[in-house]
Ligand binder design. Structure first.
Ligand code: ATP
Length: 363
């Protein structure tokens, strides 16, 4: 029996509700499996930890995670702590420390979800956005001088390396190649950013030669927002820089019906370090502690984790349990216009997994 060691980091806000729900789903799955089990270790890092220790996670935190097979993360964000501290002190520390350079964000309109694009059939919107996750606009390079004086100056320098761009574009081409439509859109802004983005475009052409069976095109990021709304079916796999993809993927999540549904994977494709899986939403303090958080984004992240671990059948069975539950409006949480609670949705998904496993065993 294979044992997967999973680190859980709920973080802040509703992360503390959706991560235990995700763990419950993994436990339901393991209860039905005679080939794998999970060993969980929980880490209480985040805003409360910061109030006690002055840091979001301990200095040797990465060492505690290093031997894990995967990390299930909730969210980092606290109304009383500046956003750049919560983000850089925890999530980015892990992403960058473990060189999780490919951030993968699938978007689909799940059964039963009332998505805002009325002319768009659910089948028209089936995208995966690959976000460069290790450099670019969020490289963290820059500084401030003359603070508080009229001549104050601040810079954030975007850094793109040939190696960094090449590896994420190659990852995106490979992902596009693995999907039925073999279609990739490379997002750029080389009309205005005439150095790094021009290099990005050049590297896209070079890498594309390794994938003659992938059809690809280039789109300016501003035009891409309109295309996502007006011609969603013309897109399949999308790759963009850190900042561009950050924005496009929030738009994608909204077009699919709710921020509460969307998952993301921070991958180290070379598997030198554990990869990290998390819902795309933040800490949502407005609904925290009320049992209202939609756990579906976390469950879908669990599906991505299972796929990454090589448990494709298990991933499929969790995904079909999720789809069964979203198809039932009485199991929709408030963000989807329903009244269901986190617990009700979680129990329904676990029940469906158990039923699915029983029927699989019976056949
Ligand atoms: P952060 O500062 O950590 O990014 P935030 O509260 O500013 O968090 P999000 O949490 O990403 O931003 O989401 C914005 C709003 O969307 C929330 O305030 C909440 O009302 C709603 N929302 C987000 N995620 C969920 C969810 N899983 N279930 C229900 N509602 C959600």
């Amino acid at each position: 029996m294979k044992t997967y060691r999973i680190a859980t980091i709920p973080g802040d806000g509703i992360g503390k509700e959706v991560v235990p729900a995700g763990q419950q789903v993994l436990e339901a799955l393991a209860a039905r499996s005679d080939t794998f089990r999970f060993e969980f270790e929980n880490f209480d890092w985040g805003g409360d930890y910061y109030r006690r220790h002055g840091v979001m996670m301990p200095a040797d935190g990465l060492d505690a995670l290093r031997d894990k097979d995967a990390i299930l993360f909730g969210s980092a964000g606290d109304p009383h702590i500046p956003d750049h501290i919560t983000l850089w002190g925890l999530r980015l520390k892990i992403c960058q420390g473990f060189d999780q350079y490919a951030n993968v964000r699938p978007t689909r309109i799940l059964p039963g979800i009332d998505a805002p694009l009325k002319r768009c059939k659910p089948a028209d919107l089936d995208w995966v956005i690959v976000r460069e996750n290790s450099e670019g606009e969020y490289a963290g390079i820059g500084g401030r001088a003359h603070q508080g004086h009229p001549i104050e100056v601040a810079t954030d320098v975007s850094i793109m390396t040939r190696a960094g761009v090449e590896r994420v574009l190659r990852f995106a081409f490979r992902l596009a190649q693995s999907r039925p439509r073999k279609l990739l859109t490379v997002i750029t802004k080389s009309n205005a950013q005439r150095h790094a983005m021009v290099m990005w475009d050049e590297i896209a052409v070079q890498v594309s030669r390794e994938f003659p069976d992938v059809k690809w095109d280039k789109e300016l990021v501003d035009a891409a927002t309109a295309r996502m709304v007006n011609r969603p079916a013309s897109l399949d796999t999308i790759v963009a820089t850190n900042l561009h993809a950050d924005i496009l993927s929030d738009l994608a999540a909204a077009l699919a019906g709710s921020l509460g549904i969307a998952p993301t994977a921070n991958l180290d494709p070379e598997r030198r370090y554990p990869s990290m899986f998390e819902p795309i939403h933040g800490s949502a303090f407005d609904i925290m502690g009320k049992g209202l958080a939609n756990p579906v984004g976390t469950f879908w992240s669990v599906v991505m984790m299972l796929d990454h671990l090589g448990e494709a059948d298990a991933a499929k069975s969790v995904m079909s349990a999720i789809e069964q539950v979203t198809a039932n409006p009485s199991l929709h949480t408030g963000d989807l216009g329903g009244t269901a609670t986190t617990t009700q949705v979680t129990d329904a998904v676990c029940k469906s997994i158990a039923a699915h496993s029983r029927s699989t065993l019976a056949t």
